[in-house]
Write a protein that binds this ligand. Structure first.
Ligand SMILES: [Fe+2]
Ligand SMILES: [Fe+2]
Length: 251
């Protein structure tokens, strides 16, 4: 594991452990996850099974199943939040990871009635690549969260770890199914370019989303963190924002 990956892991597991230790911040974390799971239900360009059906009926079925998994994940998080005596937050805008990724993505995958077969194929490919990299991120984050819940070791965090591990198992399946479908639809050259575009959007979005949430935490849950932690997380947010600005200048 590279040094930056090890540092990221240490930082995020530490943060998730602090969040999971308190039902209020734990519920807030699950609301962030829930918002991403619910996002497909709020837009018209996710899981384009109707556009896929004429040429790739197997993909249409796969996309419908995938959409169903995400609906089930949102419901699992809703129940988990209520089980800890809290209410889910209805988040929108850049507090939804998917929207932050969209804001960093220089491509669209919305299919229009006038689109010819090749445009439809490329747009479905863009959706699959977007979903593939998003699933990677969710898998990593949920993995950190499961580890943190086990560290806290209370009855509440134990049951949330079970829910999150169930979600994670589906996300791992989605990582491979989206890539397999993308491979069927595209040439090697097309796929490489499309994957690169969505990977860099996702990397930038990770910095933008994490720094935004770190700043929010220090204000909304001020009493939950000591002054040194608040200063550390503020500095981390600044470092992420600098990384984002630097990346934008170099691209
Ligand atoms: Fe999910
Ligand atoms: Fe997923």
């Amino acid at each position: 594991m590279s040094l930056s990956r090890s540092l990221e892991r240490a930082l995020k597991v530490r943060l998730h452990t602090q969040l999971a230790a308190d039902p209020r911040t734990h519920a807030w974390t699950l609301s962030l996850y829930r918002a991403g799971e619910h996002h497909p239900e709020t837009v018209h360009d996710y899981f384009p099974h109707e556009a896929a059906r004429p040429r790739w009926p197997w993909l249409a079925e796969q996309l419908k199943r995938h959409a169903g998994d995400e609906r089930r994940h949102a419901a699992l998080y809703t129940r988990a939040i209520r089980d800890m005596g809290e209410e889910p937050l209805e988040l929108d805008g850049l507090d939804v990871l998917n929207n932050t990724i969209r804001a960093q993505t220089r491509a669209t995958w919305a299919i229009r009635p006038e689109d010819g077969p090749d445009v439809v194929r490329i747009r479905i490919a863009h959706f699959l690549a977007h979903a593939h990299h998003l699933e990677h991120r969710v898998d990593r984050s949920v993995g950190f969260h499961v580890e943190a819940c086990e560290r806290v070791g209370s009855a509440r965090t134990h049951s949330i770890a079970e829910v999150a591990a169930r979600v994670q198992a589906d996300e791992v399946r989605h990582i491979s199914s989206t890539l397999e479908a993308l491979t069927e639809l595209t040439t090697h050259r097309e796929r490489t370019a499309i994957l690169e575009l969505h990977e860099s959007a996702e990397n930038a979005a990770d910095l933008a989303f994490s720094s935004r949430q770190l700043r929010h935490l220090g204000v909304a849950f001020r009493d939950r963190f000591g002054a040194p932690d608040r200063a550390f997380y503020r500095l981390t947010a600044v470092a992420m924002e600098l990384g984002l600005a630097l990346g934008a200048r170099m691209s």
